[in-house]
Design a binder for this molecule. Structure first.
Ligand code: ADP
Length: 260
């Protein structure tokens, strides 16, 4: 992994955690959580790091399902929550604490206090890296996570579609404003490869993320195809980096993990 010492001299703001990396998107539904999960697994498996995964997507937590984890976390003697672990990654999510079907209708201050508990109120232990699945967008919650956690860097996920890329730029500019280094952009759902004939279709357009990366002076970290196995793996709690480690997608996630 990169040496962040020059850009983040203070290190992370949580005891025992060396670096905190945010996985962000300007828009929902582009594959931010899928990326966060597979990146965390790749960092743990391929890079042999001690990895945590924080689901900060307060209004739509999907890490419990994607990591096949459920139940209420145990509470330690010092009244902190003990994270769950699967696929070699320690996980914490608001999804463990609230009823699955209950709407989360919190306003700003409650979101902030929930995020505080989910970060500093957890017995993470020593971690090389904590991957944070950010809430989509560029509002209060995102700003506050970025500032309070002293992020070492942020990774932006976008589809090749113009409308997603516009929002990705917004996300990147938000991180720049709060002086969080941008590690690069990942293009998700880059192309669809027909399982029958192998022909590639560029459903959401082509080349846009490359261009955006160049224009915004960001590194282009890689592209992930649109693949049914990625979706089913996520839904079943068996992410593609576990279920098909030799697939094109899993290899791409591993490459991203090596780069960040
Ligand atoms: P976000 O966190 O940006 O809202 P998710 O990671 O939850 O997005 O992804 C949204 C949906 O798209 C999920 O059902 C997920 O399984 C699916 N998905 C994400 N990336 C891919 C991909 N590359 N191929 C197929 N399905 C994908």
């Amino acid at each position: 992994t990169r040496d962040f010492s020059s850009v983040a001299p203070k290190g992370s703001s949580i005891d025992g955690i060396r670096d905190i990396i945010a996985v962000a998107s300007g828009k929902g539904g582009v594959g931010k959580s899928t990326t966060a999960v597979n990146l965390a697994i790749a960092l743990a498996k391929t890079c042999q790091l001690k990895v945590g995964l924080l689901d900060a997507d307060i209004y739509g937590p999907s890490i419990p399902t994607m990591m096949k984890l459920h139940g209420k976390p145990e509470v330690s003697e010092d009244l902190k929550m003990v994270p769950f672990e699967n696929h070699g990654v320690r996980c914490m999510s608001i999804g463990f604490l609230v009823d699955k079907d209950a709407p989360i209708v919190w306003r700003g201050p409650m979101v902030m206090s929930a995020l505080e508990k989910l970060t500093r109120g957890v017995t993470w232990g020593n971690l090389d890296v904590l991957v944070v699945d950010m809430p989509p967008g560029t509002g209060d919650a995102q700003l506050s996570v970025s500032q309070r956690l002293q992020l070492s860097g942020a990774l932006i996920v976008s589809t090749p579609q113009d409308i997603a890329l516009i929002d990705a730029r917004r996300g990147a500019n938000m991180f720049r404003k709060v002086e969080v280094p941008i590690l690069g952009i990942i293009e998700n759902m880059s192309c669809f490869k027909c399982p029958h004939c192998g022909e590639k279709s560029y459903i959401f357009g082509r080349g846009g993320a490359h261009q955006t990366a160049e224009e915004m002076d960001m590194e282009f970290l890689g592209e992930i195809p649109l693949e049914q196995d990625i979706r089913t793996g996520s839904d079943e709690g068996n992410p593609i980096t576990i279920s098909a480690p030799h697939s094109e997608a899993a290899k791409a996630y591993t490459e991203v993990a090596k780069k960040v």
